[in-house]
Design a protein around this ligand. Sequence first.
Ligand SMILES: [Mg+2]
Length: 186
Amino acid sequence: MTLNKIRRLGLDFDGTIASDFDPKNFLHIGTKAANPIHTNYIYRFFDILVTMFGTSYQTPQPNIQKFLETNNTIDFFIITGRPNYVARWTLVWLKKNNLLQHFKEIYFNRAGTSPLNNKLTCIKDHELDGHIDDNPIVILELAKKFPNKVFVLLNPVNSLTESDKFSNIFWAKNWIDVAEIIEKFK
Ligand SMILES: [Mg+2]
């Protein structure tokens, strides 16, 4: 099966663009997939506080800036499991780290939607040719659903042995590896 050429590419945020600190897991408050907590305003308030605090400690992944600059013929989109009510703090971080201008659009998670479903829907609706994510389960499910699209698992440890069975999953341990993989699909 021939894989798509990459014109439009999705990128996860936590652990992919930014260092891996997921504010949603911090102090065990905030949201899990499709958790009704999303609609509880007290939890939502804490989720926003934790995101403000947590995000300020995150740093851009090494070489991400260079990757975005040298691949400027590709349209980049962020597809994050972060809920839309923390959008503001994520945008502040992107701007502060001089990354915001590289992205066409940022898709946050709608309340009550699981992060995986949000990613499935975004990739389909916005006709992306591939996606980069540090979550092996997300990558595996996306690759099954879209056999023609290119999926990169950005993970120092390739914990997804099942990925060997999929010709549309590529493993990268850092953004230098990602650059080499994407180069083949330009
Ligand atoms: Mg992630």
